[in-house]
Each structure stands twice: as structure tokens, then as C-alpha cells.
Write a protein that binds this ligand. Structure first.
Ligand code: ATP
Length: 242
């Protein structure tokens, strides 16, 4: 299968299963929301998919191959991570932060960006309409601008699977609308996108699929509009986990 697949993942921390029997697929063209109350295990799952942690049970496959055996370069060429904009503070110009994506994908030979790297970074910035920020220092940007830069960095990386951690955090309404419009366009263009979100009502409208996680287990997985009913949302957030 082309894409990412978690098969019956288990993840233990301090003698407790943080994730148990979690299966999930992410295929080209899908825009998948990962929802769940605080502590449900969303971040832990993202970290496993990005190979930042190793599962204690089950396997994670990328294009049918276990990610445990892939080179860092191969993985970064396929899967890009977009952290929360306010969580990272690069001490660089915006154009350099975007070009860092080329380094992650192994297409840029450190420490200098080639003409092709600069072109890829410029294209990604144009796509996010942030070309005018290229010479600004990243740390001086607003939350929305930072989020756009981090998505541009992921696009410059060349990976077609994007994993985003609460991309709407800290963005005003207009910026959120533009962000989700962009994610939809990318999915329509064949990108596979998985994003955590704390906004089930928007997820029902915008995402093609939703995966509901509670107490480290998958509660539901299916078409976002169908499974994010009012009852399902209150079941997800209002019931105390076992
Ligand atoms: N390294 C660790 N050691 C101990 N407990 C951990 C560790 N990592 C995660 N946990 C626990 O696992 C559970 C899931 O955490 P996780 O951060 O994945 O949840 P989350 O769904 O992302 O929550 P939030 O919405 O608050 O960000 C929490 O109870 C957390 O305390």
C-alpha cells in the first residue's frame, strides 16, 4: 500500500499503555483529522509515525515497508512534520528556515543551499504566499506567519505525507480558513495529510476522514462528517476514560 500504516500499535510509558491496539492508515489524497481529549495519546501517535519514538507492540509501514528499517533520508523524503508555530523559534531568516526542509530531505548538502534548493524554497514560499517575508527573521513573525513558514518548509522537503500538530493553534479565524483551504488543496493534489485538532465541528466540515482517540484506543475511524455527530463528540469529550 502507498502511504503510512500503523498496525496494532502499542506504546508503553512508566508501566502503562499510552496507546493500545491502534491501527490507522493515511493514503494519498486523504485529509485526516486526529481528535481526542487531552492525554488521549495523539502526540504519542504522531511521534511514533515520525519515528521519533519506537512502538512497544505492532508495526508502522511506509509504502509497505517497516519504518524501523528505513534510512533517515528515505523517511524524510516521504514524511514531513509541521510542528506548532509557537513551539519552535529558529534563529534564522525565513528563506533559510524554508530551505532547511531541503536538508531534512537529504536533497541539500549542508551547509550551503544549491540553486535547486533555493528554487524549491522559493516555490514553497510562493505557494504559501509568504515570499514577502523571505528576508525577515523567523522569530519576529506572528503565529500565523510562522505556521505558513513551517508548512512551506515541509513542502520544500519534497515529502508528500504531511503530519501536522494542531496547525490552527494560535491562528485567527481568517488565517485558519486559509490554512484549511490550503490543506484541502494539497490533499486534492495527492498529498496525504494527518493533523491533530481540538475543533471537531470544523473537522466534520473540512476533513475527509476522522480518527477519534480516547484513553489510548481508537474509538472511531471513518468519513469525518458521518462519524463526528453531536453524540459522538460528546461521547469522545464528556465521558471519563476507563
Ligand atoms: N514519556 C512519557 N512518560 C510518561 N507518560 C507519558 C510519556 N509520554 C506520554 N505520556 C502519557 O501518555 C498520555 C498521552 O499523552 P499524549 O501527549 O500523547 O496525549 P495528547 O492526546 O497529545 O494530549 P494533548 O491533547 O494534551 O496534547 C498522557 O497521559 C501522558 O502523560
Amino acid at each position: 500500500m502507498s502511504g503510512l500504516e500503523a498496525r496494532q500499535i502499542g506504546f508503553r510509558r512508566q508501566g502503562r499503555w499510552v496507546l493500545e491496539d491502534v491501527s490507522l492508515t493515511l493514503r494519498p489524497g486523504e485529509l485526516v483529522a486526529l481528535l481526542g481529549p487531552n492525554g488521549a495519546g495523539k502526540t504519542s501517535l504522531l511521534r511514533l509515525l515520525l519515528r521519533l519514538s519506537r512502538p512497544d507492540a505492532g508495526r508502522i509501514l511506509l509504502d509497505g515497508r517497516d519504518i524501523a528499517g528505513l534510512t533517515r533520508r528515505h523517511l524524510a523524503g516521504r514524511v514531513a512534520y509541521v510542528p506548532q508555530g509557537h513551539a519552535v523559534a529558529f534563529p534564522y531568516r525565513v528563506a533559510d528556515v524554508v530551505a532547511l526542509g531541503r536538508l531534512a530531505g537529504g536533497t541539500m548538502l549542508a551547509p550551503f543551499a544549491s540553486a535547486a534548493d533555493r528554487r524549491a524554497a522559493a516555490e514553497a514560499m510562493a505557494r504559501l504566499a509568504i515570499g514577502h517575508l523571505a528576508e525577515r527573521a523567523y522569530v519576529t513573525l506572528s503565529g500565523g506567519e510562522r505556521q505558513s513558514v513551517l508548512i512551506a518548509r515541509a513542502l520544500a522537503q519534497g515529502a508528500r505525507l504531511l503530519v501536522l500538530d494542531e496547525p490552527e493553534a494560535g491562528l485567527d479565524y481568517g488565517q485558519q480558513r486559509r490554512l484549511f483551504g490550503l490543506l484541502r488543496d494539497l490533499a486534492a493534489g495527492g498529498y496525504a495529510i494527518l493533523a491533530t485538532t481540538h475543533d471537531p465541528l470544523r473537522a466534520a466540515r473540512v476533513f475527509s476522514r476522522a480518527v477519534l482517540l480516547r484513553g489510548g484506543r481508537v474509538l472511531a475511524d471513518g468519513p469525518a462528517a458521518a462519524i463526528l455527530s453531536e453524540d459522538a463528540i460528546s461521547d469522545l469529550y464528556d465521558r471519563v476514560p476507563p
